[in-house]
Design a protein. Structure first.
Length: 317
């Protein structure tokens, strides 16, 4: 049986909202709910003005009462499954998780269970009432590091707005092939590859995508970059670094065939062959807390497998 939560809330239209469209006024009065949800409630008659139904574009007047009587069904339709989560921070509004490499974030074809979403539902059943169990942004399966989860509808709405406004601080460490002389930015649109549909590509019809990178450490044949995202497209860092000829070590989609630097000793060759995922880690996450307004930052070091590879490369200088 699908669990449901009853919503019965009301608010009076303030003088400052007089003359606004109903959907705009509702967004101001009920900020814990997304605009799309409020518009759906208006259209199905769950959100009314003084007891009467209206259209999203209808104007409201000061003193009128907006009331919502509706139900919230489970948003996820996924099974709760026990999972050891590396929780970096948790409070009433949000969770910050250090995701290990190999863990899929959302259920999809080929990965219907055993995902982070399944584990979150087991950790807190109330997340079933939040879209995608509160997951605001995702990391690729084989990318490790920090991501935030909203625990309430209000927090979800606020965090999504921050993400859309590019107000998150997201910094990654990426180990790439080739020795870079300096940092820079890649401003190149990304869209679905026109031929290989499982891949993304820099393409003139793609969506705006901006990545900033700087050198964190140089090796004999590799560079460790600190990468900051301005936008958040699928595979963005992987695509952009490959586009400027610094593909990420171990990337099965964008680094091409296996590559070994000339003159590499056996230990380096073994370490590179044994690293079977993209060497990409979300090391730093910053955002404004949706309840307190406080700016918060979390950092996590690279996981053991990537740390070992970096140590091997440091020994070969």
């Amino acid at each position: 049986m699908t669990a449901e939560l009853r919503v019965d809330i009301e608010a009076s239209v303030l003088d400052a909202l007089d003359g606004l469209r109903l959907d705009q006024a509702a967004a101001r009065l009920f900020p814990e709910y997304s605009r799309s949800r409020l518009q759906a409630w208006i259209k199905d008659g769950s959100l009314r003005i003084d007891g009467r139904s209206a259209r999203p574009r209808d104007k409201v007047s000061a003193g009128e009462v907006l009331r919502v009587i509706a139900t919230l069904a489970d948003e996820t339709h996924a099974e709760a499954q026990p999972m050891a989560l590396d929780i970096v921070h948790e409070d009433d509004a949000l969770l910050v998780i250090d995701k290990p490499a190999g863990l899929v974030v959302h259920p999809a074809a080929g990965n219907r269970d055993g995902t982070l979403l399944n584990g979150l539902l087991y950790h807190d059943a109330a997340l079933s009432k939040v879209p995608r169990a509160g997951i605001v942004h995702r990391l690729d399966k084989d990318t490790s590091g920090l991501l935030v989860v909203a625990k309430t509808l209000a927090a979800h709405t606020a965090l999504v707005e921050q993400l859309q406004a590019r107000a998150f601080e997201r910094e990654y460490l990426a180990l790439s092939r080739g020795v870079a002389t300096g940092g820079g930015s890649v401003d190149a649109p990304i869209g679905r590859h026109p031929v290989h549909r499982t891949r993304m590509a820099v393409h003139p019809t793609g969506r705006e995508s901006v990545t900033h990178y700087r050198v964190a450490e140089r090796f004999r044949a590799h560079t460790l970059f600190r990468v900051r995202l301005e936008t958040g497209r699928t595979h963005q860092i992987r695509v952009h670094l490959a586009h400027i000829q610094y593909p990420i070590v171990g990337d099965p989609l964008y680094a091409g065939r296996a590559w070994m630097p000339a003159g590499a000793p056996d230990g380096v060759r073994d370490a590179l062959r044994g690293f079977r995922r993209q060497a990409l880690h979300a090391r730093r996450l910053g955002l404004t807390h949706p309840d307190t307004g406080e700016w918060l930052v979390w950092e996590r070091p690279v996981p053991d497998d990537m740390a070992r590879l970096l140590d091997v490369l440091r020994d070969w200088r």
